[in-house]
Design a protein around this ligand. Sequence first.
Ligand code: FEO
Length: 393
Amino acid sequence: MKQFEIAEGIYSVGAVDWNIRDFHGYSTQNGSTYNAYLIVDEQIALVDTVKKEFSEQLLDNVSEIVDPKKIDCVISNHTEMDHSGGLPRVMHKIGEDKPIYCSQMGQKNLAQHFGQKWNYRAVENGGELSLGKRTLKFLETRMLHWPDSMFTYLPEDKILFSSDAFGQHYAGPKKFDDQIGDAIMPHAKKYFANILLLYSAKVLKLIETVQKLGLEISMICPDHGVIWRKDPGRILEAYSRWGKQEPKRKAVVIYDTMWHSTEIMAEKIVRGIADEGVDARPLNLRKWHRSDVMTEVMDSKAVIVGSPTLNNNLFPTVSDFLTYMKGLKPKNKIGAAFGSYGWSGESVNLIRDELEKMKFKIVDPGIRIQYVPDPEGIDACIEFGRKIGKAIA
Ligand code: FEO
Protein backbone atom coordinates (compact mmCIF):
# COMPACT_ATOMS: atom_id res chain seq x y z
CA MET A 1 0.00 0.00 0.00
CA LYS A 2 1.34 3.42 -0.94
CA GLN A 3 1.89 6.12 1.63
CA PHE A 4 -1.43 7.74 2.54
CA GLU A 5 -3.49 5.06 0.73
CA ILE A 6 -6.29 3.72 2.96
CA ALA A 7 -8.20 1.84 0.26
CA GLU A 8 -7.61 1.47 -3.44
CA GLY A 9 -7.50 4.98 -4.89
CA ILE A 10 -8.45 6.62 -1.59
CA TYR A 11 -5.87 8.51 0.42
CA SER A 12 -5.63 10.16 3.81
CA VAL A 13 -3.91 13.46 3.05
CA GLY A 14 -4.54 15.51 6.18
CA ALA A 15 -2.14 16.84 8.77
CA VAL A 16 -0.88 15.76 12.17
CA ASP A 17 -0.82 18.48 14.83
CA TRP A 18 1.63 16.90 17.24
CA ASN A 19 1.99 19.90 19.49
CA ILE A 20 -1.50 21.21 20.08
CA ARG A 21 -2.31 21.00 23.78
CA ASP A 22 -5.47 23.14 23.94
CA PHE A 23 -8.24 22.73 21.41
CA HIS A 24 -10.65 25.56 22.21
CA GLY A 25 -10.60 24.68 25.89
CA TYR A 26 -10.30 20.91 25.49
CA SER A 27 -6.94 19.51 26.64
CA THR A 28 -5.27 17.56 23.85
CA GLN A 29 -2.34 15.93 25.60
CA ASN A 30 -1.80 13.59 22.65
CA GLY A 31 -2.15 16.29 20.00
CA SER A 32 -4.66 15.85 17.22
CA THR A 33 -5.00 15.37 13.50
CA TYR A 34 -7.04 17.16 10.86
CA ASN A 35 -7.91 14.39 8.46
CA ALA A 36 -8.71 15.06 4.82
CA TYR A 37 -9.26 12.45 2.15
CA LEU A 38 -8.51 12.33 -1.54
CA ILE A 39 -10.64 10.09 -3.75
CA VAL A 40 -9.03 9.45 -7.13
CA ASP A 41 -11.60 8.35 -9.67
CA GLU A 42 -12.49 9.69 -13.12
CA GLN A 43 -13.16 12.84 -11.14
CA ILE A 44 -10.89 13.60 -8.20
CA ALA A 45 -12.51 14.78 -4.99
CA LEU A 46 -10.94 16.19 -1.84
CA VAL A 47 -13.04 15.53 1.26
CA ASP A 48 -12.47 18.34 3.78
CA THR A 49 -9.30 20.36 4.31
CA VAL A 50 -7.25 21.14 7.42
CA LYS A 51 -6.50 24.00 9.81
CA LYS A 52 -5.19 27.02 7.95
CA GLU A 53 -1.60 26.66 9.19
CA PHE A 54 -1.42 23.10 7.82
CA SER A 55 -2.59 24.00 4.29
CA GLU A 56 0.82 23.51 2.71
CA GLN A 57 1.23 20.13 4.36
CA LEU A 58 -2.12 19.05 2.89
CA LEU A 59 -1.12 20.25 -0.57
CA ASP A 60 2.28 18.56 -0.27
CA ASN A 61 0.58 15.30 0.64
CA VAL A 62 -1.78 15.61 -2.32
CA SER A 63 1.16 16.40 -4.59
CA GLU A 64 2.69 13.02 -3.81
CA ILE A 65 -0.40 11.44 -5.39
CA VAL A 66 -1.63 13.87 -8.05
CA ASP A 67 -1.02 17.44 -9.10
CA PRO A 68 -3.42 19.43 -6.85
CA LYS A 69 -4.65 21.26 -9.97
CA LYS A 70 -6.22 17.96 -11.05
CA ILE A 71 -8.62 18.00 -8.10
CA ASP A 72 -12.08 18.43 -9.62
CA CYS A 73 -14.09 19.25 -6.55
CA VAL A 74 -14.00 19.71 -2.79
CA ILE A 75 -16.49 18.16 -0.38
CA SER A 76 -16.91 20.25 2.76
CA ASN A 77 -18.55 18.04 5.36
CA HIS A 78 -18.11 20.65 8.08
CA THR A 79 -17.24 24.33 8.15
CA GLU A 80 -15.50 24.61 11.51
CA MET A 81 -12.09 26.15 10.91
CA ASP A 82 -10.09 23.03 11.74
CA HIS A 83 -11.54 21.50 8.56
CA SER A 84 -12.23 24.55 6.41
CA GLY A 85 -9.34 26.86 7.35
CA GLY A 86 -7.25 25.43 4.51
CA LEU A 87 -9.92 26.15 1.87
CA PRO A 88 -8.66 29.57 0.70
CA ARG A 89 -5.18 28.18 0.03
CA VAL A 90 -6.54 24.97 -1.51
CA MET A 91 -8.97 26.83 -3.80
CA HIS A 92 -6.22 29.21 -4.86
CA LYS A 93 -4.06 26.23 -5.78
CA ILE A 94 -6.64 23.98 -7.46
CA GLY A 95 -8.63 26.73 -9.18
CA GLU A 96 -11.13 29.16 -7.63
CA ASP A 97 -13.87 27.99 -9.99
CA LYS A 98 -13.84 24.35 -8.85
CA PRO A 99 -17.10 23.31 -7.17
CA ILE A 100 -17.41 22.97 -3.40
CA TYR A 101 -20.14 20.53 -2.39
CA CYS A 102 -21.58 21.20 1.05
CA SER A 103 -24.90 21.39 2.89
CA GLN A 104 -27.08 24.49 2.52
CA MET A 105 -25.95 25.67 5.94
CA GLY A 106 -22.42 24.83 4.90
CA GLN A 107 -22.69 27.21 1.97
CA LYS A 108 -23.95 29.98 4.23
CA ASN A 109 -21.23 29.35 6.83
CA LEU A 110 -18.40 29.17 4.31
CA ALA A 111 -19.51 32.44 2.77
CA GLN A 112 -19.52 34.05 6.22
CA HIS A 113 -16.19 32.54 7.18
CA PHE A 114 -14.26 33.50 4.09
CA GLY A 115 -16.27 36.14 2.21
CA GLN A 116 -15.51 34.37 -1.06
CA LYS A 117 -17.91 33.84 -3.94
CA TRP A 118 -16.75 30.31 -4.61
CA ASN A 119 -18.63 27.86 -6.80
CA TYR A 120 -20.80 26.42 -4.05
CA ARG A 121 -23.04 23.45 -4.79
CA ALA A 122 -25.43 22.96 -1.90
CA VAL A 123 -26.50 19.34 -1.70
CA GLU A 124 -29.74 17.84 -0.42
CA ASN A 125 -29.90 15.20 2.27
CA GLY A 126 -29.55 11.93 0.32
CA GLY A 127 -28.16 13.74 -2.72
CA GLU A 128 -25.55 11.99 -4.84
CA LEU A 129 -22.55 12.92 -6.92
CA SER A 130 -20.92 10.54 -9.38
CA LEU A 131 -17.14 10.57 -9.62
CA GLY A 132 -17.14 7.98 -12.41
CA LYS A 133 -16.87 4.49 -11.00
CA ARG A 134 -17.72 5.77 -7.57
CA THR A 135 -20.62 7.69 -6.10
CA LEU A 136 -20.70 10.07 -3.19
CA LYS A 137 -23.90 10.10 -1.17
CA PHE A 138 -24.51 13.00 1.23
CA LEU A 139 -26.23 12.60 4.56
CA GLU A 140 -27.13 15.69 6.56
CA THR A 141 -26.20 15.44 10.23
CA ARG A 142 -27.44 18.80 11.48
CA MET A 143 -26.12 19.73 14.92
CA LEU A 144 -23.67 16.85 14.96
CA HIS A 145 -22.21 19.03 15.94
CA TRP A 146 -22.79 22.21 13.90
CA PRO A 147 -25.81 23.17 11.79
CA ASP A 148 -23.82 22.56 8.60
CA SER A 149 -22.45 19.12 9.47
CA MET A 150 -22.91 16.27 7.03
CA PHE A 151 -21.47 12.84 6.26
CA THR A 152 -20.33 11.62 2.87
CA TYR A 153 -20.84 7.95 2.13
CA LEU A 154 -19.10 5.99 -0.58
CA PRO A 155 -21.30 2.96 -1.27
CA GLU A 156 -18.95 1.16 -3.67
CA ASP A 157 -16.25 0.99 -0.97
CA LYS A 158 -18.66 1.09 2.01
CA ILE A 159 -16.70 3.99 3.47
CA LEU A 160 -18.27 6.65 5.65
CA PHE A 161 -16.50 10.00 5.82
CA SER A 162 -17.98 11.06 9.12
CA SER A 163 -16.57 14.54 9.76
CA ASP A 164 -16.14 15.10 13.52
CA ALA A 165 -18.30 12.12 14.53
CA PHE A 166 -16.39 9.03 15.73
CA GLY A 167 -13.21 11.11 15.98
CA GLN A 168 -10.58 11.32 18.66
CA HIS A 169 -8.02 13.99 19.45
CA TYR A 170 -5.04 11.71 19.04
CA ALA A 171 -1.77 12.22 17.15
CA GLY A 172 0.48 9.23 16.84
CA PRO A 173 2.16 6.84 14.49
CA LYS A 174 -0.92 4.60 14.38
CA LYS A 175 -3.43 5.42 11.69
CA PHE A 176 -6.00 2.63 12.10
CA ASP A 177 -7.99 1.15 14.96
CA ASP A 178 -6.38 -2.28 14.52
CA GLN A 179 -2.92 -0.75 14.96
CA ILE A 180 -3.70 0.96 18.25
CA GLY A 181 -6.31 -1.40 19.74
CA ASP A 182 -8.11 -0.62 23.00
CA ALA A 183 -5.83 2.34 23.74
CA ILE A 184 -7.90 4.53 21.40
CA MET A 185 -11.17 4.13 23.29
CA PRO A 186 -10.40 6.60 26.14
CA HIS A 187 -9.66 9.24 23.48
CA ALA A 188 -12.94 8.49 21.69
CA LYS A 189 -14.81 8.63 24.98
CA LYS A 190 -13.27 11.97 25.95
CA TYR A 191 -14.18 13.32 22.52
CA PHE A 192 -17.81 12.25 22.92
CA ALA A 193 -18.02 13.63 26.48
CA ASN A 194 -16.71 17.04 25.47
CA ILE A 195 -18.03 17.53 21.95
CA LEU A 196 -21.13 15.43 21.46
CA LEU A 197 -22.69 14.81 24.86
CA LEU A 198 -25.24 17.60 24.52
CA TYR A 199 -26.33 16.13 21.19
CA SER A 200 -26.79 12.60 22.59
CA ALA A 201 -30.39 12.33 21.39
CA LYS A 202 -29.30 13.28 17.87
CA VAL A 203 -26.50 10.72 17.98
CA LEU A 204 -29.00 7.98 18.80
CA LYS A 205 -31.35 9.19 16.05
CA LEU A 206 -28.50 9.24 13.55
CA ILE A 207 -27.44 5.69 14.35
CA GLU A 208 -31.08 4.64 13.96
CA THR A 209 -31.19 6.39 10.57
CA VAL A 210 -27.97 4.69 9.44
CA GLN A 211 -29.47 1.34 10.43
CA LYS A 212 -32.78 2.11 8.68
CA LEU A 213 -30.97 3.10 5.51
CA GLY A 214 -29.10 -0.20 5.73
CA LEU A 215 -25.78 1.50 5.07
CA GLU A 216 -23.09 -1.14 5.01
CA ILE A 217 -19.97 0.29 6.60
CA SER A 218 -16.58 -1.32 6.24
CA MET A 219 -14.59 1.76 7.21
CA ILE A 220 -15.32 4.98 9.10
CA CYS A 221 -13.01 7.86 8.27
CA PRO A 222 -13.41 10.66 10.81
CA ASP A 223 -11.79 14.08 10.60
CA HIS A 224 -9.73 13.53 13.77
CA GLY A 225 -7.64 10.60 14.92
CA VAL A 226 -7.53 7.03 13.68
CA ILE A 227 -9.65 5.40 11.01
CA TRP A 228 -12.01 2.61 12.06
CA ARG A 229 -11.33 -0.17 9.56
CA LYS A 230 -11.10 -3.36 11.61
CA ASP A 231 -14.22 -2.90 13.64
CA PRO A 232 -16.29 0.17 12.79
CA GLY A 233 -19.13 -1.48 14.70
CA ARG A 234 -17.16 -0.97 17.88
CA ILE A 235 -17.34 2.81 17.75
CA LEU A 236 -20.97 2.71 16.58
CA GLU A 237 -21.82 0.53 19.57
CA ALA A 238 -19.89 2.85 21.91
CA TYR A 239 -21.80 5.88 20.55
CA SER A 240 -25.10 4.07 21.12
CA ARG A 241 -24.06 3.38 24.71
CA TRP A 242 -22.69 6.85 25.45
CA GLY A 243 -25.66 8.49 23.75
CA LYS A 244 -28.06 6.79 26.16
CA GLN A 245 -26.22 8.40 29.08
CA GLU A 246 -26.88 5.44 31.35
CA PRO A 247 -24.60 6.02 34.34
CA LYS A 248 -22.52 3.44 36.19
CA ARG A 249 -22.40 2.99 39.96
CA LYS A 250 -19.88 5.75 40.10
CA ALA A 251 -19.53 9.13 41.82
CA VAL A 252 -17.20 12.02 41.16
CA VAL A 253 -16.40 14.55 43.86
CA ILE A 254 -15.22 17.64 42.02
CA TYR A 255 -13.70 20.49 44.01
CA ASP A 256 -11.13 23.17 44.49
CA THR A 257 -9.65 24.23 47.78
CA MET A 258 -7.87 27.24 49.33
CA TRP A 259 -6.34 25.93 52.57
CA HIS A 260 -7.19 22.21 52.22
CA SER A 261 -10.45 22.31 54.21
CA THR A 262 -12.66 21.68 51.17
CA GLU A 263 -10.13 19.08 50.07
CA ILE A 264 -10.40 17.25 53.40
CA MET A 265 -14.17 17.35 53.02
CA ALA A 266 -13.89 15.91 49.50
CA GLU A 267 -11.71 13.04 50.67
CA LYS A 268 -14.08 12.17 53.51
CA ILE A 269 -17.10 12.36 51.22
CA VAL A 270 -15.36 9.98 48.82
CA ARG A 271 -14.67 7.65 51.72
CA GLY A 272 -18.36 7.69 52.71
CA ILE A 273 -19.51 6.99 49.16
CA ALA A 274 -16.98 4.17 48.80
CA ASP A 275 -18.27 2.67 52.07
CA GLU A 276 -21.46 1.93 50.13
CA GLY A 277 -19.54 -0.02 47.49
CA VAL A 278 -19.63 2.72 44.89
CA ASP A 279 -16.69 3.72 42.68
CA ALA A 280 -15.92 7.22 44.01
CA ARG A 281 -13.19 9.59 42.83
CA PRO A 282 -11.97 12.98 44.15
CA LEU A 283 -11.11 15.33 41.29
CA ASN A 284 -9.22 18.50 42.17
CA LEU A 285 -9.93 21.12 39.52
CA ARG A 286 -6.39 22.48 39.72
CA LYS A 287 -4.97 19.04 38.96
CA TRP A 288 -7.57 17.82 36.49
CA HIS A 289 -8.41 19.62 33.28
CA ARG A 290 -12.08 20.44 32.88
CA SER A 291 -12.31 18.23 29.78
CA ASP A 292 -10.91 15.22 31.69
CA VAL A 293 -13.30 15.87 34.56
CA MET A 294 -16.17 15.97 32.05
CA THR A 295 -15.11 12.57 30.74
CA GLU A 296 -15.40 11.21 34.29
CA VAL A 297 -18.77 12.91 34.72
CA MET A 298 -20.19 11.28 31.61
CA ASP A 299 -20.64 7.82 33.10
CA SER A 300 -21.08 8.83 36.75
CA LYS A 301 -24.41 8.74 38.54
CA ALA A 302 -23.47 11.21 41.28
CA VAL A 303 -21.79 14.51 40.60
CA ILE A 304 -20.84 16.16 43.88
CA VAL A 305 -19.29 19.61 43.66
CA GLY A 306 -17.39 21.51 46.34
CA SER A 307 -15.96 25.00 46.65
CA PRO A 308 -14.67 27.29 49.34
CA THR A 309 -16.46 30.61 49.56
CA LEU A 310 -14.25 33.31 48.08
CA ASN A 311 -15.43 36.93 48.30
CA ASN A 312 -19.05 35.81 48.74
CA ASN A 313 -18.77 33.67 45.66
CA LEU A 314 -17.46 30.44 44.19
CA PHE A 315 -13.82 29.67 43.61
CA PRO A 316 -13.12 30.62 39.94
CA THR A 317 -12.17 27.09 38.84
CA VAL A 318 -15.45 25.77 40.20
CA SER A 319 -17.44 28.46 38.35
CA ASP A 320 -15.50 27.62 35.21
CA PHE A 321 -16.30 23.94 35.50
CA LEU A 322 -19.98 24.44 36.33
CA THR A 323 -20.37 26.69 33.26
CA TYR A 324 -18.61 24.13 31.09
CA MET A 325 -20.64 21.20 32.41
CA LYS A 326 -23.93 23.09 32.09
CA GLY A 327 -23.30 23.61 28.39
CA LEU A 328 -22.79 19.90 27.81
CA LYS A 329 -26.14 19.03 29.44
CA PRO A 330 -25.33 15.73 31.17
CA LYS A 331 -28.45 13.73 32.00
CA ASN A 332 -29.57 11.17 34.62
CA LYS A 333 -27.46 12.61 37.43
CA ILE A 334 -27.90 13.08 41.13
CA GLY A 335 -25.97 15.86 42.79
CA ALA A 336 -25.09 17.71 45.97
CA ALA A 337 -22.79 20.51 47.09
CA PHE A 338 -20.25 21.02 49.83
CA GLY A 339 -17.62 23.51 50.87
CA SER A 340 -15.75 25.29 53.61
CA TYR A 341 -16.06 28.96 54.45
CA GLY A 342 -14.80 31.64 56.79
CA TRP A 343 -17.73 33.95 57.54
CA SER A 344 -20.36 34.30 54.81
CA GLY A 345 -20.47 30.81 53.25
CA GLU A 346 -22.47 31.26 50.04
CA SER A 347 -20.68 28.61 47.96
CA VAL A 348 -22.86 25.61 48.80
CA ASN A 349 -26.10 27.34 47.89
CA LEU A 350 -24.57 28.75 44.72
CA ILE A 351 -23.43 25.30 43.58
CA ARG A 352 -26.75 23.70 44.47
CA ASP A 353 -28.60 26.34 42.42
CA GLU A 354 -26.42 25.54 39.42
CA LEU A 355 -26.92 21.78 39.78
CA GLU A 356 -30.68 22.33 39.97
CA LYS A 357 -30.55 24.37 36.78
CA MET A 358 -28.85 21.35 35.18
CA LYS A 359 -31.83 19.24 36.34
CA PHE A 360 -29.72 17.10 38.64
CA LYS A 361 -31.73 15.41 41.40
CA ILE A 362 -30.43 16.98 44.60
CA VAL A 363 -30.00 14.25 47.21
CA ASP A 364 -29.00 16.49 50.11
CA PRO A 365 -29.26 20.25 50.75
CA GLY A 366 -25.46 20.30 51.07
CA ILE A 367 -22.83 20.43 53.77
CA ARG A 368 -20.67 23.40 54.74
CA ILE A 369 -18.00 23.68 57.39
CA GLN A 370 -16.53 26.83 58.88
CA TYR A 371 -12.74 27.16 58.56
CA VAL A 372 -11.34 23.67 59.28
CA PRO A 373 -13.27 20.39 59.67
CA ASP A 374 -13.15 19.12 63.26
CA PRO A 375 -13.77 15.44 64.10
CA GLU A 376 -17.51 16.07 64.14
CA GLY A 377 -17.32 17.76 60.76
CA ILE A 378 -15.29 14.88 59.35
CA ASP A 379 -17.90 12.39 60.55
CA ALA A 380 -20.59 14.56 58.97
CA CYS A 381 -18.76 14.46 55.62
CA ILE A 382 -18.43 10.66 55.77
CA GLU A 383 -22.12 10.39 56.59
CA PHE A 384 -22.95 12.79 53.74
CA GLY A 385 -20.95 10.50 51.43
CA ARG A 386 -22.77 7.42 52.66
CA LYS A 387 -26.09 9.12 51.96
CA ILE A 388 -24.95 9.76 48.40
CA GLY A 389 -23.69 6.20 48.05
CA LYS A 390 -27.05 4.86 49.21
CA ALA A 391 -28.85 7.11 46.74
CA ILE A 392 -26.85 5.50 43.92
CA ALA A 393 -27.41 1.93 45.06
FE1 FEO B 1 -13.19 19.17 14.16
FE2 FEO B 1 -16.26 20.69 14.57
O1 FEO B 1 -14.46 20.56 14.07
